[in-house]
Design a binder for this molecule. Structure first.
Ligand SMILES: N[C@@H](CCC(=O)N[C@@H](CS)C(=O)NCC(=O)O)C(=O)O
Length: 198
């Protein structure tokens, strides 16, 4: 059985969502970032971390891809090297261009020491908005990032979109809102959130 180390409301949701999509059994080990449990398996002390026996993996996007590839019968893995490369490209885009502005604003509002805080609201919102427009173009009329198949990429982008909505970042393109609505309505996400809150 998989074990997932992390805290509720963190990027752990992505991992539980993947596990629910794939119908895998797992145990949640609630641990805050920088706790001894987190530091034991991740040099940065960050969560989430996935444990599979002796194998420990950190970084949520890598974990989601690993799970998809580990359970190809779930239909969330890449099928060719080129598809895997496209998946990597999407995940780098998701983290560098979409997640980074959200994370920067959050850190400057709530996380870092007061003397380091700066007003990053306007530039993070501008940066996010222009990449949401790029996301609309990149979807190119498709239902999901890779076309007609829901994959780990959609889990990471879906979670990021939900984070953006909660943080009141503007998402203007209708096509992106429709994409997010479609993904965030998945029953596996509801189950993951329930498990996380338990
Ligand atoms: N790239 C990592 C980032 C993990 C991360 O920043 N996690 C947050 C919680 S969602 C954390 O542990 N923050 C603690 C810190 O920044 O020290 C991932 O995607 O898992």
């Amino acid at each position: 059985m998989y074990k997932v180390i992390g805290s509720s409301g963190s990027r752990m949701t992505r991992v539980l969502w993947m596990l629910e999509e794939l119908g895998q059994l797992y145990k949640v080990i609630q641990a805050k970032p920088q706790s001894p449990e987190a530091r034991q398996y991740n040099a940065t002390g960050k969560v989430p971390i996935l444990l599979n026996g002796d194998f420990a993996l950190c970084d949520s996007a890598a974990i989601c891809v690993y799970l998809g590839e580990k359970h190809p019968e779930g239909g969330m893995a890449s099928r060719t090297l080129e598809e895997r490369a496209q998946m990597d490209s999407w995940l780098h885009f998701a983290q560098s261009e979409l997640e980074a502005p959200l994370w920067n604003k959050l850190k400057h509002r709530f996380i870092i020491a007061d003397e380091l805080k700066a007003e990053v609201g306007p530039w993070t919102e501008w940066e996010f908005a222009r990449h949401v427009k790029a996301l609309a173009r990149r979807l190119d009329g498709n239902q999901y990032a890779l076309g007609d198949r829901f994959t780990a990429v959609d889990v990471v982008i879906g979670h990021t979109g939900s984070w953006a909505r909660n943080a009141k970042f503007d998402i203007e393109p209708d096509v992106v809102n429709a994409y997010l609505d479609r993904i965030l309505a998945r029953p596996a996400l509801a189950r993951a959130r329930k498990r996380e809150a338990a």
